[in-house]
Design a protein around this ligand. Structure first.
Ligand SMILES: Cc1ncc(COP(=O)(O)O)c(C=O)c1O
Length: 411
């Protein structure tokens, strides 16, 4: 695949930074190397000396003086090597992407670390979406996605979805507006980006079945429309071991953003982009020019934890988080059954952190939450549905987080 034809002018114009490349080289060199390159400060001048971070299972993450110096220093833009290779191992075990065996220029699987998956999302959109481009989205969708996409001046096409996510037939109907031959025509309006949250959708809680994923993958790639599916799956209380878009990606057109926010820490800001090497390399060029890299300190902290746990320990931890949110969800569902029956409707989410509640007889929940409830001195801790639609259109639903316990939200 010729990936360069999908790049925006801004992304195509990015050039590698020699200083950033030297930083990577320096990190692979022996400690005896005396570097006269770049502007790396001397860590001996920094005030922090060492740290011990207690882990809840009784273990400790120890930053001795040498590690601390490294943690406080600039590091490579794609991420620190040991964290990247651990994550590559995980993606391989969980998804076994067909692209692992491809040559780099044909879309070999590549990864980079990002400062939360939000950074990955934003940078991927900037790389692929030109003003006026048609972009396919589930409606409603994650408000952070809309925040990143809408300023790019693209035209959002909402693909109908239900509790199992995007509906392949509806996607097929939308794509039938274009002739396959148009895909390569200059200035073609064929949608090149499709974004979906396949498991535990934010805000709807929808999860796609393996068959739907396969159908959406095929429909979007059929007729050579070459849409990229940008699936953002959080390793939260979804099942990372269910068949994923990445595991089906024979064409090398999936870009996946992962996040540790819901399983290790949201404040540490660690996420990952996984996708075809020519595109991930472009994201890294953008990182070189913006944040330069995700905090070395937090990468080392997370990496040490993961090396200590190993994959099995990590997956056991994920399972514990899943159990926790499952019982929160069950408590919320039983409250909804008790108090909202006949007044609203909802589907039990199989994954994710949110319950999407459609209220009967209310056209706009924004007015209900932001005006009527406040007039009655009631602060309603749920988000009105319009927040998850382009231009904040009105919506009859609210999104209630399963996050903090049965007392949360509208219930
Ligand atoms: C679908 C989706 N993408 C991205 C994010 C942002 O996550 P992060 O904290 O990794 O930036 C969220 C956060 O809730 C989300 O739900």
């Amino acid at each position: 695949m010729n990936y360069s034809r999908f790049l925006t002018a801004v992304s195509a114009a990015r050039r590698p930074s020699a200083i950033r490349i030297l930083t990577e080289l320096q990190q692979r060199s022996p400690p005896s190397l005396i570097s006269l390159a770049g502007g790396a400060p001397n860590p001996d001048t920094f005030p922090f000396q060492f740290a011990t971070i207690k882990v809840k299972n009784g273990d400790s993450i120890v930053f001795d003086e040498a590690t601390m110096k490294r943690a406080l220093q600039y590091s490579a833009s794609p991420g620190i090597p040991e964290l990247l290779s651990w994550m590559k191992g995980l993606q391989k075990s969980l998804h076994n992407p067909p692209t692992l065996a491809y040559s780099p220029e044909n879309g070999q699987m590549e990864m980079c670390v990002t400062t939360g998956s939000q950074e990955g999302l934003c940078k991927v959109f900037e790389m692929l979406v030109n003003p006026g481009d048609n972009v396919l989205l589930d409606a409603p969708t994650y408000s952070g996605t809309l925040a990143a996409l809408l300023p790019l001046g693209c035209n959002i096409i909402n693909v109908p979805s239900d509790q199992h996510g995007m509906i392949p037939e509806a996607l097929g109907d939308i794509l039938s507006r274009w002739d396959p031959a148009d895909a390569h025509a200059p200035g073609s309006s064929v949608p090149r980006v499709l974004y979906t949250i396949p498991n535990g959708g934010n805000p709807t809680g929808a999860s796609m079945t393996a068959q739907r994923k396969q159908e959406v993958y095929e429909v979007s790639g059929g007729k050579d429309t070459r849409s990229f599916i940008h699936s953002c799956t959080l390793l939260s209380n979804s099942s990372p071991w269910a068949p994923t878009f990445l595991s089906m990606d024979v064409d090398g057109r999936i870009i996946r953003t992962d996040s540790f926010s819901k399983i290790l820490s949201s404040g540490l800001r660690i996420g990952f982009v996984t996708g075809p090497k020519p595109l991930v390399d472009r994201v890294v060029l953008h990182i070189q020019a913006s944040t330069m890299h995700t905090s070395t300190f937090t990468q080392l902290m997370v990496s040490q934890l993961l090396q200590d746990w190993g994959q099995d320990g990590f997956l056991r931890h994920v399972d514990g988080v899943v159990q926790f949110y499952r019982s929160q969800r069950n408590a919320m569902l039983s409250s909804a059954d008790r108090w909202l029956k006949g007044l609203a409707e909802w589907h039990a989410p199989a994954a994710g952190m949110f319950l999407w509640i459609r209220l009967h007889g209310i056209a706009d929940t924004k007015q209900l939450i932001m005006e009527k409830a406040l007039e009655k001195e009631l602060i309603c801790n749920a988000v009105h549905g319009g927040e998850f639609r382009p231009l904040g259109s009105s919506d009859a639903s609210v999104m209630a987080g399963i996050l903090r316990g049965p007392g949360t939200g509208v219930l």
